[in-house]
Design a protein around this ligand. Structure first.
Ligand code: AMP
Length: 299
């Protein structure tokens, strides 16, 4: 996937300059790496390393994502990267990972992020194989709240999956990774095919335009994967996965309750407009049935 890497230092300067001009939200304070005491490494992503850090003056614990400017430019993802920062910096919701600020030096760009103590939901799922319905309903409810907030601001996430969901104390969900997110003002439809194969909705597989209901479909895939341990249309052969998505070839195991099965079917509708709204999802009988038991998960 490596690009030829034709870029100049001048381009590089302009791209990162846009970052500071575009958002009009330059942190009042100019941060530098030495403002932070480095803790353990939390993980490594495609474009950088993430550390748990303590801001020296305040003692505030947060996550610091360090990304090499050269790598961002080499892979030609600078526009996506800047858009991701602009979008994430504008979000204020308990279930969306906060981006507190950013800064850069000659080599790296640094993102100051909210810290999520339990890390990726994906890793928790791999360890547990699958989640029970009470836990899943609590997670799905919170992701739906985050998406509803974003959609009200006309932002579509477009890459929902367990790898992009972090978990904090008390099982609080933090939606992260806004690299594919897009600002889509009302009545505009998008054409870019994006996201992850297993989570793609039929309209993207069929190269039709899409709107915010792609996130509702992905939420259905997520709910299925959390309850069953694998996504609903998975196959070794990606062609088969595509066909199963378009046919909505859904096989729900018998251990799934009838209320959960009903909600999965209402999320995974071929017709985008027929998918249940995020508002109604939060009042669905499966949520109502389980929400009385969520207190045990908040301890
Ligand atoms: P990323 O580059 O964003 O994919 O992050 C790489 C890994 O670092 C993730 O898989 C997480 O395990 C961890 N990580 C990223 N951001 C945070 C955060 N804010 N809090 C805790 N862990 C994080």
């Amino acid at each position: 996937m490596q690009n030829s890497g034709h870029y100049s230092k001048v381009d590089s300067h302009n791209v990162f300059k846009r970052l500071s001009n575009a958002t009009h939200k330059q942190p009042v304070r100019r941060w530098k790496p030495s403002d932070f005491e480095l803790g353990k490494r939390l993980g490594k992503g495609k474009f950088g390393r993430v550390y748990c850090v303590r801001e020296k003056k305040s003692g505030f614990i947060c996550a610091l994502k360090v990304m090499s400017k050269d790598e961002i430019l080499l892979y030609k993802v600078e526009k996506q990267f800047v858009r991701e920062i602009e979008i994430q910096a504008s979000l204020r919701h308990p279930n969306c990972l906060r981006l507190y600020g950013w800064f850069y030096d000659d080599k790296n760009v640094y993102l100051i992020l909210e810290y999520a103590a339990y890390g990726e939901l994906y890793k928790m799922l791999k360890k547990r194989k699958r989640f029970d319905e009470v836990t899943t309903s609590y997670y799905i409810f919170q992701v739906a709240a985050a998406l509803e907030y974003m959609h009200n601001k006309h932002i579509i996430h477009r890459d929902l999956k367990p790898e992009n969901i972090l978990v904090h104390f008390h099982n609080q969900i933090k939606l992260s990774d806004f690299g594919w997110s897009v600002y889509a003002p009302q009545n505009t439809r998008r054409n870019t095919m994006c996201g992850t194969l297993d989570y793609l909705p039929p309209e993207m597989v069929e190269s039709k335009s899409h709107d915010e209901t792609v996130d509702v479909w992905a939420l259905g895939v997520l709910m299925y994967e959390l309850l069953v341990g694998r996504p609903p249309f998975e196959d070794e052969n990606s062609g088969v996965t595509y066909r199963r998505i378009v046919k909505v070839d859904l096989r729900i195991p018998t251990f799934i309750s009838s209320e959960a099965a009903d909600l999965i079917k209402k999320l995974l509708r071929y017709e985008p407009k027929k998918r249940i709204s995020l508002h109604n999802l939060q009042r669905h009988p499966w949520i109502i049935k389980n929400r009385g038991l969520w207190d045990t998960l908040k301890d």
